[in-house]
Design a protein around this ligand. Structure first.
Ligand code: NI
Length: 170
């Protein structure tokens, strides 16, 4: 297993639409294992392949407290969204230490392939539903800051640039 480098904004890879995984083979399973290790180490609750420089439609998630509920979604598709919306603070490993309130459907149903290439369906709400939507957004080149006002987005991008300058001069 290996810890992968997580790309940060404004890396162009993060704005690109990822291509479907054609076959869930040993190479994909190795990538999934590395992505889980990278996510747990970060630490984070979700990580999408484009964030580690791979333009394929897959992501890993674990929203459990005990970090014992790994979920891998290959070629995920949201097939239902609740009309009920919910707002909560989100962050992203590609925008370190930046957070904003994002409004999304409170519940979703997602169809995907698991690590064995088996088709599965999952209905989720709350944090898991939010995380699934956030990660699938990454596969379409969308970041959580794309869901907030331009004013707030620019504030976050400025804060991120400033944090980087401080780190570089430290
Ligand atoms: Ni993210």
């Amino acid at each position: 297993m290996a810890i992968l480098r997580i790309l940060e904004v404004p890396h162009p890879m993060l704005k690109r639409r990822a291509a479907p995984v054609e076959r869930v083979d040993e190479e994909i399973r190795r990538l999934v294992r590395d992505m889980f290790e990278t996510m747990y180490e970060a630490p984070g609750i979700g990580l999408a392949a484009p964030q580690v420089g791979v333009g394929r439609r897959l992501c890993v998630i674990d929203v459990s407290e005990e970090k014992n509920a790994p979920l891998c979604l290959v070629n995920p598709r949201i097939t239902w969204r609740s009309e009920n919306l919910a707002s909560a603070e989100e962050g992203c490993l590609s925008l370190p230490d930046q957070y904003a309130e994002v409004t999304r459907p409170d519940a979703v149903e997602v169809v995907y392939l698991d690590e064995q290439g088996e088709e599965r369906k999952l209905r989720a709400d709350g944090l898991l539903a939010r995380c699934i939507q956030h990660e699938i957004d990454h596969l379409d080149g969308i970041l959580f800051i794309d869901h907030i006002s331009a004013l707030k987005r620019n504030m976050i991008l400025r804060k991120l640039a400033k944090a980087r300058r401080l780190k570089a001069s430290a």
